[in-house]
Design a protein around this ligand. Structure first.
Ligand code: GLN
Length: 485
């Protein structure tokens, strides 16, 4: 098999037994990249040539190593809202177009300690606000399965790159679905860890009470592998949890007898495409045959999740984005007559329409006359959503739902209707609101385009969703296909 078709674990085994060299691996991905990348535009900064040079250095290092780390010599892409020292980190925004961070995010540092090879910084919706990458200030990324369709968002560049096979894995960030929704649209596996599982130091903040970094890969085991590396307490992020990190790989290959899986009836509603519904219910049947127990559960507050999310996330964004003032770093307007005008012109020229919409929504919800009616109310709804999850988890171990109401939509189809766009996250936002972990994995195809299903776990129980996801993956072969073949 060609190297570019392999996952991280397979490649790592070959490296460890010294059957291949890092440069041979990167070379193979580089060829695939030159062939496909011009068609999909997944990278804001394509570093594949630098990666090749780096790989040659790693060839020599490997000869001398007795103990080879799990991610040594492996190519991985990083979403462009995660800080990389000395490498542009733009958030796909004009305001950070030329920003070069002087430090690495903790997750990047951890990957570096393993000896990974960075292949590039991937495109996203500006500041991770969006569901299609059409909000990137630079260009939209295209879905590798159909170049007329979106890859999802906001981690659309990461998802498209992994889906196309130009890189075996990538990091994404997920505030309301930004890892799982694009993973579903591009036919890859994407995991949003529990809030606090992974340090966000160096992740450019969008909505701080919701943001998490997570892995996107070709298979479940590779997500477990990356999660092992990036998890854990970080003194630089006070929201990272001081909780022991289990070996997530130990859940891979375990059987699923007796595991109770809940189907929340509010996730199988009108508006969900009938083919997607059928595929997710088929997955439930398959898992039942293998010894899992399937139960229906109810989570009545689900229907308010989008509304509450679009108060809370913009409120936090309006505060987080106040730092882009043209003074300390980033873009500054050219002509202005005084300080006030410098601020307003900088922000007017530097931010795109969706970011401005969020700042306005958030500022409004937080303003003194409306705070109680909007922000406070949304926070109360958030508590109810959390309680819904905790109630459900009293009778089941995990939940199974669709990831998205439909397959990837056409480029341009939803740009003029922000509300339609917001609805693409209907099955993912409540997971962020509750802070619990969720994984999306392929469960079939509709009209030649990938369909994803979502498994949701108890707080800090990424292990069980990885276990069930891997078991399901092995029963099927949806992740073995590549687009353009
Ligand atoms: N699509 C959602 C939004 O626009 C979620 C984005 C995300 O998870 N970063 O806010």
């Amino acid at each position: 098999m060609e190297l570019w078709k392999m996952g991280l674990k397979e490649l790592s085994d070959l490296l460890k037994s010294k059957e291949v060299k890092p440069s041979e691996i990167v070379e193979s991905f580089s060829k695939r990249t030159s062939h496909i990348e011009p068609k999909i535009n997944s990278y804001v900064t394509n570093l594949i040539d630098k990666a090749l040079e780096e790989a040659k250095k790693k060839d020599k290092e490997l000869e001398k190593l007795d103990q080879v780390s799990d991610l040594f010599g492996l190519p991985i892409a990083v979403k462009d809202n995660i800080s990389t020292k000395g490498i542009k980190t733009t958030c796909s925004s004009k305001i950070l177009e030329n920003y070069i961070p002087p430090f690495d995010a903790t997750v990047v540092k951890k990957l570096k300690n393993q000896g990974y090879i960075l292949t590039g910084k991937t495109n996203l919706d500006e500041f991770a606000m969006g569901s299609s990458t059409e909000n990137s200030a630079f260009f939209p990324t295209k879905n590798p399965w159909d170049y007329e369709r979106v890859p999802g968002g906001s981690s659309g560049g990461s998802a498209a790159a992994v889906g196309a096979g130009i890189v075996p894995a990538a990091l994404g960030s997920d505030t309301g679905g930004s890892i799982r929704q694009p993973a579903a649209f591009c036919g890859v596996v994407g995991l949003k860890p529990t809030y606090g599982r992974v340090s966000r130091y160096g992740l450019v903040a969008f909505a701080s009470s919701l943001d998490q970094i997570g892995p996107m890969a070709r298979n479940v085991e590779d997500c477990a592998l990356i999660l092992n590396v990036i998890s854990g307490k970080d003194p630089k992020d006070s929201t990272s949890a001081d909780k022991k990190v289990p070996d997530y790989l130990s859940y891979i290959g375990k059987d699923i007898k007796g595991i109770k899986i809940g189907l929340p009836k509010e996730f199988f509603i009108e508006g969900l495409d009938s083919k997607i519904k059928e595929k997710v219910l088929n997955a439930a049947k398959q898992l039942e045959k293998e010894g899992a127990e399937i139960l229906e559960v109810t989570m009545p507050t689900t229907k308010y999740a989008i509304e509450a999310y679009y108060i809370i996330a913009p409120s936090e964004a309006s505060s987080n984005l106040a730092r882009y003032d043209g003074v300390r770093y980033g873009y500054r307007a050219r002509d202005y007559k005084d300080l006030e005008e410098m601020y307003s012109k900088t922000r007017d020229e530097g931010f795109g329409a969706e970011v401005k919409r969020r700042i306005m929504l958030g500022t409004y919800s937080l303003s003194s006359g409306y705070y109680d009616a909007y922000y406070l109310k949304a926070q109360k709804v958030r508590t109810l959503i959390y309680q819904d999850f905790m109630n459900a988890f009293e009778s089941v171990d995990i939940l199974l739902t669709p990831t998205t109401p439909d397959i990837a939509f056409k480029i341009g189809e939803k740009v003029s209707d922000p509300l339609q766009m917001y609805l693409s996250d209907i099955f993912t936002v409540s997971v962020n609101m509750a802070g619990v972990p969720g994984i999306s994995l392929p469960c079939g195809f509709k009209d030649g385009l990938p369909v994803g299903m979502q498994l949701i776990g108890k707080p800090f129980d990424e292990g069980t969703i990885l276990q069930v996801a891997h078991y399901y993956e092995r029963l099927n072969d949806f992740n073995k296909r590549f687009p353009g073949e």
